[in-house]
Each structure stands twice: as C-alpha cells, then as structure tokens.
Design a protein around this ligand. Sequence first.
Ligand code: MTE
Ligand code: MO
Length: 367
Amino acid sequence: MMQDPEFIRGDSEEAPGLTILQRGPDNLEPAFSSALGSSLTPADRFYVRSHFEVPRIEAASWRLAIEGEVDRPFEIGLDELREMPSETRMALLECSGNGRIYLESIQIGIRWERGGVGNAEWTGVPLVALLERAGIRPLAVEVILEGADEGDFKPPQHETPGKIRYARSLPLAKARKEEVLLAYRMNGEELAPRHGYPVRAVVPGWYGMASVKWLRRIIVTDRPFHGFFQTMEYAVWERQHGLPTLVPVSEIQVKAQIARPAPHEVVPKGTCYRILGAAWAGESDVAKVEFSDDSGQSWATAKRLGDPIRYAWQFWEHDWHVPNTPGRRVLMARATDSRGQSQPMERDTDRRDAAISHVLPIEVEVR
Ligand SMILES: Nc1nc2c(c(=O)[nH]1)N[C@H]1C(S)=C(S)[C@@H](COP(=O)(O)O)O[C@H]1N2
Ligand SMILES: [Mo]
C-alpha cells in the first residue's frame, strides 16, 4: 500500500491535511503529493511559515504607514486601501527552505520536505501605487516592508537586540514592478490570519521571505537594509572577485517537483504510469521539464500542461513505462528556464540552508 507521509508525521486538528513542523509559532506543511488537485492551492492547504505568533489585528484600527525617503509620508486604513484600484494575479510562493530535510547537514531551521510551496491568486494594490502617492525621493535605494509580528528571536549562536519585528527589504527596482502587490485577498477570500490578515505583501518571483505578512509599515531608505532576516537569516554566499560575501536571498530558482507518485509509493511493474508534477521558474518561464527513472543517467522530456503563466507554477505529466523488473527505482525531475538555467544535480553549499533547488530524488518501489 502507498504510505501516506501525513499519517506518519501526524495531522493537526485545527489544520487538517497539514503537518505540524513547529508549534507556537505554527509552521505547517501539506504533502506535495496532494498539491495538484487544482492549480490554485486552497488557503487551508497552503503551507504556513511564521517566525513569531500571529499578531492580533483589528481591521478597524489597522493602519499602514509609508515613510522614510518620501516627500509625503502618509498612513492608510483598510477601507481606503480597498477603494484603490486593485489587481488580481496568480503567483507561487516557495519558502527558501523548501526541501531542507534533504540537505546532508541541516543546521537550524524548519525541516521542510517538498510542501513548502503553493500557488494562489492574490488581489491587492500594487506597492508602486502607494510609493508614487508618497513621492519617492531621488536618494532612495530600497523599500523595507515591516510586519506587525514580533518576538525574542534567539536561534543558537545568534544574539539579537531583544524584541524584533519581521522585516525584509526590496531593492527599489523590484518594489516598483507592477507585479508586487499589497494583497488583502487570497483565492478570492479575505486573507486568513496565519497568511497575513489584513494585508500582506506578495512579491512574485522571489522566495517567500520577501512576501511580508501582517504589514504595518513601509519604509523607503537611502541605504541597503541589514536587518536580521536580511543578513543572519535568508542570506547566501555569493562569490565576488573570488571572495564569498553574504547576500540576501531573492529570486526563486527554477525547479520541478514530482507529485505523483509520492515518495515510497508502490508502482505496478510493466504498466504505464502517469507521472504528475509542477514546475516554476522565479522571474523567468519554464522552458523544459525532464524526467528520469534511472537516478539521472538518462532523461526524457515531459509534457507541460496548459499555458504558462508568469510567476505561477505549471503542471506537467509524463507517461512512464514502468520496468518489468521489481525493485527500488529513483525518479527525478529537472526543469530548465527560458534563460537556459537548469536545476543543478548537486547541492551548492554556498547557498547554506536556503534556495534548495538541486534535483531531488524520489524513491518508489516497483512491484
Ligand atoms: N510578518 C511576517 N511575514 C512573513 C514571515 C513571517 O514570519 N512574518 N515569513 C515569511 C516566509 S519565510 C515565508 S516563506 C512566507 C510564507 O507565507 P505563508 O505562511 O502565507 O505561506 O511568509 C513570509 N512573510
Ligand atoms: Mo520562508
């Protein structure tokens, strides 16, 4: 019988179908094998990544401040924000730690399998509309997004200055892009508290850490932000002139994941089995998905389904001629984006425990 990873790892009563990776703050993961029921991930099946407890926010008293290097700082309430011209667009969120459980050395952090990713339709006001209303000053270089959640954050070996709020910055160039939304709806419904109610940022094409939930303040700055979640967490080594230097995690790397079969599923020998999966490509487009049933020695091109939508995932399928010989098989999927960038076979340790996009093996049993 097929083993159900959710059953093994335990369901949450308040969040059926989601596995509890951490409690208080709650970090929850769906099984990726159940992700492809529909192209939009329902909010109650969408992974949850929170560093602090969900802040209690009253819609009536909620205010968002826009300040810093702007000519006309202002505050806006929920009703006024909802009256502004809005946009609805699909975008995938992937936690930069998605797949962390597969790393050889896991230091700290939530141990995601492959469910730290979801695709939703977001409705909100483009961030650029608020920036323009405030009037960006010429010296501005970045936009800091601050959440209302706060806490004492002391992972091992880290000292923090007491209570901190969750905050991340975007370079002005990305902050100004039309796709970056201050979203108040997810799949047509009001945001759930754990997904950022009443308003969150959605930064399509970037790893999830940029999409700040429970927004309370937008600060335009004349220098790069070096906050905790920008430097200590969610930063990777990049080599510049041969010197490794820490840079904030940003764009999602191209990736394909297999949803069907699930890991350790038993597959009948000699049959034709429909492999199903999803692929995504950050700020680029998926150009190719390949499938391998021999640990990556040979590859066959999979069929991408439907029209690609920028920033969303795309489903793909492949008719697998299951071998007649029983035994364990290692299945792999590999995506290439329209810039020619393919998923690496090996983990790049410069990426520390973030941006995990190398090819991940799925072991099944042919019987
Ligand atoms: N205010 C706030 N925003 C946040 C976070 C957080 O802890 N606090 N976590 C970030 C991370 S790391 C991810 S992956 C996404 C997850 O969004 P979700 O919980 O709605 O799936 O939210 C981001 N925004
Ligand atoms: Mo994340």
